[in-house]
Each structure stands twice: as structure tokens, then as C-alpha cells.
Design a protein around this ligand. Structure first.
Ligand code: C5P
Length: 218
């Protein structure tokens, strides 16, 4: 059986993670945070002194990674790495390793293995276009870049980090460019995707929209 997939793609800091997790909970589905896989690879490469531009070496690291998601926490080869991979540095590293087609191919099956009973909610950039093109529901979740920068800023401050709004804004603009302009699986709004713009919408409203839309596909 091919279990149903809800694909939620969109730019950095659009709230995909929080929304996807809640949609998954609403239906008792599994949740795939695909960005975490690219962050894990960036982190593994960093600890092994492999450059984020070295596609061949990066592709070799992928099969050596033992990745486990447990209760919202991420483990790499037994090490608890949630905090390490959530840094702005690893976000940047993720978007650099993600441009290589070799890396994307190496991570393809890992992502498809998350499709299990009774269903899956996956978030990322190419979940609806490449990983699960047969998804029952495709969502393009976005918000204006200033809104996303402000949310990322608030999030960093609330967890006690230091943050500079202008730096975050510039960083997001660069990451948007890298994610949308790359030749391999660029981020784009698919013609068959539902647009959810959260610039003037909160998480609960976005989740409700998606939950109702998925119910209509059944
Ligand atoms: O979603 P998150 O910010 O954790 O993703 C980090 C980076 O990983 C993104 O900027 C993007 O370049 C890359 N990514 C990707 N394809 C995905 C998920 C993330 O290229 N499906």
C-alpha cells in the first residue's frame, strides 16, 4: 500500500516545521523534517573536516550516517545533535550541501523510507516535486521575507541566543536565492499545490486550512 503523504514545501523560517508537526499529530501520521537531514549532513561533514562544496565526499558520508528521530529530538550515530544542527551555521551549511545533485540522490531513499502506515507529513523544499510527487496534498507554505526574519529573530532571542535582525534578513534572502535558483530540485510553488501564506495568519489557522484540505482529498 502507498500510504498518503501531505507535502509541505516552502522557504526557510516560513513555519513549516511547527505547522507540519501539528498536521501530522492531527491525523496520527509520521513526520519527516527533511531539512534536518541536510543539516545533519552539514554537521557530519563539519566534524570530519569535509568541505560543504565537496559533492563526492559528501555523498560518501550519507550512507555512514545512522539517523534517528525520537520524541522531537535528533540523534546522529548515537549522539544527541538537535541543538547543534539548529544553529544558523548549520542552516547555511545545509543549504550549501543541498545544491549538489549527488547529495540529493544519496538522501532520496532515506526520505522515501519515512512513508509508513498510516501516513506521512513531510516538510522541505522538494517533497511535493521530487520525493513524493504522488502526494495526496501539496502545500506551498510561505510568508513575506521580513515576517520570516522577524519570527526567526524572536525565536533566537527567546531561546537566549544573540541575534541581529538585519543579518538574519540578509541571510534569509541569500538562502531563498540559493534554494530557488539552484538547478537540482529548486524550491518552487507547484501548479497543483495549495498556497498558504502565513504573513497575516497564525500557526493554528494555517494548520486548520491544511487539515480541512486534506480531509477533502479522502
Ligand atoms: O528547512 P531547513 O531550514 O531546516 O532546511 C535547511 C536547508 O536544507 C534549506 O535551506 C535547503 O537548502 C535544504 N533543504 C533542501 N531540500 C529539502 C529540505 C531542506 O534542499 N527538502
Amino acid at each position: 500500500t502507498l500510504w498518503p503523504v501531505i507535502a509541505i514545501d516552502g522557504p526557510s523560517a516560513s513555519g513549516k516545521g511547527s505547522v507540519a508537526e501539528r498536521v501530522a499529530k492531527a491525523f496520527g501520521f509520521h513526520y519527516l523534517d527533511s531539512g534536518a537531514l541536510y543539516r545533519l549532513l552539514a554537521y557530519a561533514a563539519y566534524t570530519q573536516s569535509v568541505s560543504w562544496s565537496d559533492a563526492a565526499k559528501l555523498a560518501v558520508i550519507v550512507p555512514s550516517m545512522d539517523i534517528r528521530f525520537e520524541g522531537g529530538e535528533v540523534f546522529l550515530n548515537g549522539e544527541h545533535v538537535s541543538v547543534h544542527i539548529r544553529s544558523e551555521q548549520m542552516g547555511k551549511g545545509a543549504s550549501e550541501v543541498a545544491v549538489h545533485p549527488e547529495v540529493r540522490t544519496a538522501l532520496l531513499q532515506t526520505q522515501r523510507n519515512f512513508r509508513k502506515a498510516p501516513g506521512l507529513v513531510g516538510d522541505g523544499r522538494d517533497i511535493g516535486s521530487v520525493i513524493f510527487p504522488d502526494a495526496a496534498l501539496k502545500v506551498f507554505l510561505t510568508a513575506g521575507v521580513e515576517t520570516r526574519a522577524q519570527r526567526r529573530y524572536d525565536q533566537l532571542i527567546s531561546r537566549g541566543d544573540t541575534a541581529d535582525y538585519e543579518t538574519i534578513l540578509e541571510d534569509l534572502r541569500q538562502r531563498d536565492l540559493r534554494d530557488t535558483q539552484r538547478s537540482s530540485a529548486p524550491l518552487k510553488q507547484l501548479p497543483d499545490a495549495m498556497l498558504v501564506d502565513t504573513t497575516k495568519m497564525n500557526i493554528v489557522e494555517a494548520v486548520d486550512m491544511i487539515v480541512e484540505a486534506f480531509k477533502k482529498t479522502a
